[in-house]
Design a protein around this ligand. Structure first.
Ligand code: SF4
Length: 367
C-alpha cells in the first residue's frame, strides 16, 4: 500500500526496537502511557510490547471514549429510552456497555427504540424524518468527534429540527493526563499523546503538561514505526533528564490544530465538569451545550432522576483506565469476560484495552 507500507516495514520496526534496546539503561524503568484507543489497538495488534526490552512498560490510559463514559451516563440513556416517543440514536459500541442494572441492548430487546447511527448527522436526518419523536443522540468522544456533533447541532438549529437532542458526555483530553501525571500511584514517566486529538486541538494544550510535571511527551501517529519512534524519543528524553513535548506526527498535526473545527466547537459547546470512569469528576474536562442550543440539550429537555450508579462487580476497568492494572489482572478476563460476552466497557469497545488484549494479546501468546 503506497504511503502506508513504509510505516509498517518490518525491517524498520526491528531496527527501531533495536535502537530502543541500546538506549535503555539497565537500572532504569520506563513507564509510558498512551491515551488514545487507536494507539492501544496498534500496540496490541502489532505485538510492539514483545519487541521492547523489559525495562520499558507501555500502559494504556483513558483514551477509549466508550470506556471512559461513566455508568451513570449509560443509566441516563437507558432511562431516556423508556420514555414514550423517545428514540435513542447511538454509535454501535455504546449499546452493549453495561449500566447499573441493564444496557441499551437489553432495553431495546424490551421494546425501547434504540438505533445505531454512523454519525450525528444521521441522527439529525432521523429526527427530520420522524418529527413526532424526540431523537436523542448519545454524544460521547473527545476533541476528534465533537466537531461533527457541533455541525449536526448547528444544522438542527438552523433548520428548526427541534426534536433532535444531544445527551453530551463529550470530554477533552489534557485534563485527565494532568490528573494522572500528579498521581504517584500511577507513576507515568512519559506520554504518547493522542494523535487524532492533537490533529484537532493542536499541540498547545499539551505543552504545559511536560513543563509542569516534568514528564516527556511525544505526539505520535498510529503505525508501528510511529509508535516505536515515540518510545525511542521518550527513552532519550528520560535518559537526558529532559521533559518537553515533541511532535513526531507532523504529517497530520499542526501546531495550531484545526482552527475551523475548534471554532465550531467553541460556538456550540462550553467547558464543564465531567465524570470519567476510573478517574471520577474532573473539573473542566467536559463539554456541555451552550445556552443558545438549550432546546437541543437532552439533559434540559428530558430530565430524569436516577439512583446512584453501581459499577459492575469484579470489573477492573476503572483501574485499567488509570494504568494501575492490566486486563490480565482481572480474574474475569478471558474467562467470564470476552469480546463475545463482555462484562465491562473496556471489553465492549473495539478500542478498549481489554478487547485489544483479548483479541491480539492472547493470539500473540499462543504463537
Ligand atoms: Fe472489566 Fe472485563 Fe476488563 Fe475485567 S476483563 S476489567 S471485567 S472489561
Amino acid at each position: 500500500m503506497k504511503y502506508i507500507s513504509e510505516f509498517r516495514n518490518e525491517i524498520y520496526i526491528r531496527a527501531l526496537a533495536e535502537q530502543i534496546s541500546k538506549q535503555v539503561l539497565p537500572d532504569r524503568q520506563y513507564k509510558f502511557m498512551e491515551v488514545c484507543g487507536t494507539h492501544t489497538v496498534s500496540i496490541a495488534r502489532n505485538g510492539l510490547r514483545r519487541l521492547l526490552p523489559p525495562q520499558v512498560k507501555l500502559v494504556s490510559g483513558p483514551g477509549c471514549p466508550v470506556c471512559v463514559t461513566p455508568v451513570d451516563y449509560i443509566d441516563r440513556a437507558i432511562e431516556l429510552s423508556k420514555k414514550p416517543g423517545v428514540t435513542i440514536a447511538t454509535f454501535g459500541d455504546l449499546v452493549r456497555v453495561p449500566g447499573s442494572s441493564s444496557s441499551l441492548e437489553k432495553a431495546r430487546a424490551e421494546g425501547a427504540d434504540v438505533r445505531v447511527v454512523l454519525s450525528a448527522l444521521d441522527a439529525v436526518a432521523l429526527a427530520e424524518a420522524e418529527p413526532g419523536r424526540k431523537v436523542v443522540f448519545l454524544g460521547i468522544g473527545f476533541e476528534t468527534t465533537v466537531p461533527t456533533v457541533a455541525v449536526a447541532l448547528k444544522k438542527a438549529k438552523k433548520e428548526k429540527i427541534n426534536n433532535f437532542l444531544v445527551l453530551s458526555a463529550h470530554k477533552t483530553m489534557p485534563v485527565p493526563m494532568r490528573a494522572l501525571a500528579s498521581d504517584p500511584d500511577v507513576g507515568v514517566q512519559g506520554y504518547i499523546c493522542p494523535g487524532h486529538v492533537c490533529t484537532v486541538a493542536g499541540v498547545g494544550p499539551f505543552k504545559p503538561l511536560s513543563e509542569e510535571f516534568h514528564i516527556p511527551a511525544v505526539v505520535a501517529g498510529f503505525e508501528p514505526t510511529d509508535i516505536l519512534q515515540a518510545v525511542l524519543a521518550l527513552v532519550k528524553q528520560r535518559n537526558r533528564g529532559e521533559a518537553h513535548l515533541e511532535n513526531l506526527y507532523t504529517r497530520s498535526v499542526r501546531e495550531e490544530g484545526n482552527p475551523k473545527a475548534l471554532a465550531i466547537v467553541e460556538e456550540v459547546f462550553r467547558p464543564c465538569n465531567s465524570v470519567w470512569r476510573g478517574l471520577g469528576l474532573l473539573p473542566g474536562s467536559g463539554l456541555a451545550l451552550r445556552e443558545e442550543f438549550a432546546m437541543h440539550d437532552a439533559e434540559r429537555v428530558l430530565p430524569v432522576d436516577l439512583p446512584p450508579p453501581r459499577e459492575v462487580p469484579g470489573c477492573l476497568c476503572g483501574q485499567i483506565l488509570k494504568g494501575v492494572a492490566q486486563p490480565t489482572d482481572c480474574p474475569l478476563f478471558g474467562k467470564i469476560c470476552t469480546t463475545e460476552n463482555p462484562v465491562g466497557a473496556c471489553m465492549v469497545s473495539s478500542e478498549g484495552v481489554c478487547a485489544a488484549e483479548y483479541k491480539w494479546g492472547l493470539n500473540l501468546r499462543k504463537n
